[in-house]
Design a protein around this ligand. Sequence first.
Ligand code: ZN
Length: 399
Amino acid sequence: MRLRRGARPAAHHPHPATSGTPTVLTGATVVLPTGTSENGRLTIDGTRIAATTPENAQVIDVTDHYVIPGFVDLHNHGGGGASFTSGSVDDILKGIHTHRLHGTTTLVASTVTGDMDSLTHRAGLLSELAEQGEIAGVHFEGPFISPCRKGAHSEALLRDPHPAEVRKLIDAARGRAKMLTLATELPGGLDSVRLLADHGVIAAIGHTDATYEQTVEAIDAGATVATHLFNAMPPLGHRSPGPIAALLEDDRVTVELINDGTHLHPAALQLAFHHAGADRVAFITDAMDAAGFGDGRYWLGPLEVEVADGVARLVEDGTIAGSTLTLDRAFKRAVTVDGLSVEDAVTALSATPARLLGMADTIGSLEPGKDADLLILDSAYELKGVMRRGEWVVGPQLG
Ligand SMILES: [Zn+2]
């Protein structure tokens, strides 16, 4: 099914989908992998970016705007009031669409800790959406995580990472498992990392109580991502540097950061960013149902969450429970609050996660032949247009 629930076709679509007519965006500041081009142009033909502009191309003047690649979210549990862990197919599509309206043109759907039966069932359902091209794949967050750093995961359902069970989840996703977050210091952790690496699934270290040394071992075994660095792991200490130092210092590791102003102090974010560089940072949302929806009561797996002023916390103990972030806000914050360059923010929101997913040939930057996934931002970094696979999801709304 190809439901586009929540789409608002007529009023917000002054320009038709480009599938018929090629389109050229002119006058823009275009962020390209080779550098930023002022007064640049970008041609879209069908679903792809084109190298040349056909004579019949429709011209859209986007002077005083940025054109950047669509965002890629590696870690996202839902949005628009819908959960990827428990929602129906219609709910999931609504959540995906909500994030598209905020610039996320590629999304990996994340599950939270559940029992093995419900997780394998969910993996099957999400893999169908991946086959249809709605999501890029599945990320399992838990159940193989540390009870000491469980965050908003149900303690009763946590388990040690037995490779046979890891294998069960990979198989249930029918080739669409992209990442699994685990506490690698638990019994079976390192064998599970090796198994994931052998199957081409990203082993992500997270919700972990590991020491520095244990984390180094896990990286050597094949782990390549830090799940929301700083959050749900021991803090950086000068005598016990813990996982943070090990994950930041190793070039083989990409670190996820939740740039919502709640999960991280700006100085912590900058420390990680300046140490790892844009090529090793992926900004993620870790969004839950309330993203793009509003305050209120929600469920995150089996746990009840109260969202107030955009901050999600477990009802039972106040633990932060995912975010209500969308990546357009993460981008604007990176540039206006964290002092990152537009180019670095673009890299951390598009090229780096696209490369991690093994999708750099088709997405992650504005190059001829790649998918026409692009965003238009005004000079205040507000989102004014979203194109995905050559079709406008939003706008362009040029004022
Ligand atoms: Zn998460």
